[in-house]
Design a binder for this molecule. Structure first.
Ligand code: B4P
Length: 182
């Protein structure tokens, strides 16, 4: 199985949910930039105070903050890993390349979870995190289309992209992802 992976998809597509299942079934390191940022927010660090304000508007946290978090957590990892929610724009994707070259661990596959807008909005409203109200969700969807969706072509042109339909229930989507990677 491919074991150095990125998860792409709109907010609410289930990246976090599916990344947890796949990483625990296959013993991969699960690195969620969203979770790491939320941990900084709850710990009340200076970084967390800055990031929290941005996240509650549905905007992207600065590239330098996110990159330093990823670098800190990836270095020294020799087993497989799964990046969930990162990269979120082309600059982050391009900055990741030299970092992975340095540790000789290229990406093996990029999973895109494709989900319809009505399903996304419904799931996020039900999840009810502080950044899950309708106005902020719409802003996050717009930012996804503008900044993150260009990564689909970027990774497709490298022959790494695997698309999986994400509207169905969790276990069905999990099976699709596992199959796509075998
Ligand atoms: P993230 O933490 O990455 O979260 P997300 O995109 O909103 O959700 P995800 O797709 O992981 O969905 P989930 O599994 O939770 O980002 C939050 C914020 O952090 C961003 O807006 C940004 O500000 C900041 N950030 C993160 N990374 C960044 C970066 N690299 N650069 C800059 N800023 C960054 O699923 C959603 C809900 O649906 C859950 O309640 C789940 O239980 C449910 N669900 C999932 N799959 C389902 C299914 N198949 N059926 C029914 N329900 C399902």
């Amino acid at each position: 199985m491919k074991n150095r992976l990125l998860f792409l998809g709109p907010p609410g597509a289930g990246k976090g949910t599916q990344a947890s299942i796949l990483s625990s079934n296959n013993d991969l390191l699960h690195l969620s930039t969203g979770d790491l940022l939320r941990a900084e927010v709850s710990a009340g660090t200076d970084l967390g105070k800055k990031a929290g304000l941005i996240m509650n508007k549905g905007e992207l946290v600065s590239d330098s903050i996110v990159l330093s978090i990823v670098q800190k957590n990836l270095s020294g990892q020799i087993k497989g890993w799964l990046l969930d929610g990162f990269p979120r724009n082309l600059l982050q994707a391009k900055s990741l390349e030299p970092l992975l070259e340095e540790i000789s661990q290229p990406i093996e596959a990029v999973i895109l979870i494709e989900t319809s807008d009505e399903v996304l909005v419904q799931r996020l409203l039900e999840r009810g995190r502080t950044d899950d109200n309708e106005k902020v969700i719409r802003n996050r969807l717009e930012i996804y289309r503008d900044k993150t969706a260009p990564l689909i072509n970027f990774y497709d042109s490298k022959g790494l992209l695997k698309s999986v339909k994400g509207d169905d229930e969790v276990n069905i989507v999990a099976n699709r992802i596992q199959k796509a990677l075998n």
